[in-house]
Design a protein around this ligand. Structure first.
Ligand SMILES: [Zn+2]
Length: 96
């Protein structure tokens, strides 16, 4: 069940909605439009998404567990497999 943060939309607000408050919301529920205390309009606070950088957490065992293959660049157009089940080498050389 998602939890949304709501905050006073205008300048009319009470101590409750002047700071953002959490609303546990069912998907079927309509979003609350008014503060439950002072009944002034509120709006959903858009908080920045939790951006998790995938790079440092990808250990070799994780890569293999997820069926992925990791390559490292050996030279221009040539990649050597470092983890996973893919081919040992990938070459980008398209010339015959
Ligand atoms: Zn209020």
């Amino acid at each position: 069940m998602p939890i949304y943060e709501y905050q006073a939309a205008g300048h009319d607000c009470c101590d409750y909605c002047v700071t953002a408050y959490d609303v546990l919301q069912k998907l079927s529920d309509d979003p609350p439009k008014f503060c439950p205390k002072c009944h002034n309009p509120v709006r959903r606070k858009i908080s920045p998404p939790n951006v998790v950088s995938p790079t440092p957490s990808l250990s070799q065992s994780n890569i293999e567990k997820h069926g992925l293959t990791q390559f490292k660049k050996v030279e221009k157009g040539v990649y050597e497999k470092t983890a996973g089940k893919g081919p040992d080498y990938i070459t980008g050389d398209k010339t015959p």
